[in-house]
Ligand binder design. Structure first.
Ligand SMILES: [Zn+2]
Length: 309
């Protein structure tokens, strides 16, 4: 049978999603399970097997030629293993081998979720038509991926473009990764909320203390909320500028929940970027919001698998 579909898996700390994706990026069949993140390795793999089992039960399964996985990181694409920070039961878990077995011997490509999102934005989203792009996911963490010379560049381990752990504050706060002053420690959603609370912002009657609530306050003119987003934007701008200066980029695409703040983030981000990305060849660098939405992980897992074949 003609194999024109990719079986895509998007593995995160809260859900495991799967789909059969066609050559236009449409999702033909979907399946999803919550991630039993606090349970052991086999329980988590059981959820992956259930998602795959649902896809395999579809009459379309015979058209699937290979499997693409985008996983919360870190991943080791060379070894075929994953160690997602938010799934403690999986450390150096041999996901590629296990999925290969479950999926009846189909070949499996593995990338980090930031690389998958980048593949999706380059294929069908905001980075489409740009040969040199950095795409960022700013959410609970800060991840990313790179397209250089028109090609997705995950690096040998599948983690290239992981901008969240570039240090932009030499003597800054210690980061769980072991370094100091990382972009993630300043710009992630939880850190935007923490900084706002530390500086006197208080949530409304609903008690919502998330970065999204801080964004609502910023839009209403709360100066502490505005300042917390400006600081996040500054860290992102410094990281983007460093990457663009090294890699000669055309565009930085910013997605993830924090990007949902809109102008509260993007206005100071573009302003800060002009302060850090100063060399003549960086004048063309633009910043755009991601457009692929919640399916970016699945579309990206398929796109990465196609790009890396
Ligand atoms: Zn770090």
């Amino acid at each position: 049978m003609h194999t024109d579909l990719v079986a895509a898996l998007d593995i995160g700390g809260t859900k495991i999603a799967g789909a059969l994706v066609d050559g236009d990026g449409s999702l033909l069949v979907r399946a999803q399970r919550p991630t039993p993140a606090r349970e052991g390795a086999e329980a988590v793999m059981g959820a992956v097997d259930e998602v795959l089992g649902e896809l395999m039960a579809s009459p379309q399964w015979g058209r699937a030629g290979f499997v693409g996985i985008g996983s919360a990181g870190p991943v080791d694409a060379a070894a075929g293993t994953v160690s997602p920070v938010n799934v403690p039961g999986w450390r150096d878990f041999p996901l590629v081998e296990r999925v290969h077995k479950t999926a009846g011997g189909l070949s499996v490509a593995l990338v980090g979720d930031g690389v998958a999102m980048t593949a999706a934005e380059h294929w069908l989203g905001a980075a489409r038509g740009y040969d040199n792009a950095l795409c960022l996911v700013v959410s609970t963490g800060v991840g990313g991926g790179l397209v250089l010379g028109g090609t997705l560049r995950p690096g040998p381990s599948g983690n290239a473009g992981h901008i969240g752990h570039i240090s932009v504050d030499l003597d800054g706060d210690p980061c769980p990764c072991g370094a100091r002053g990382c972009v993630e420690g300043i710009a992630s959603g939880p850190n935007i909320a923490r900084r706002a609370l530390e500086n006197g912002w208080r949530p409304g009657p609903d008690g919502d203390e998330t970065a999204a609530a801080v964004a609502v306050a910023a839009r209403a003119g709360n100066p502490v909320a505005i300042a917390s987003y400006e600081r996040a934007a500054q860290a992102l701008a410094a990281g983007i500028a460093a990457t663009a200066t090294l890699a000669d980029l055309d565009i930085a695409v910013v997605g993830g929940g924090v990007a949902g703040a809109g102008d509260v983030l993007f206005v100071p981000l573009r302003r800060s970027l002009r302060e850090y990305a100063t060399l003549s060849y960086l004048r063309r660098l633009t910043v755009a919001p991601a457009v692929m939405g919640t399916d970016a992980g699945l579309v990206g897992a398929a796109a990465a698998a196609i790009a890396l074949r």
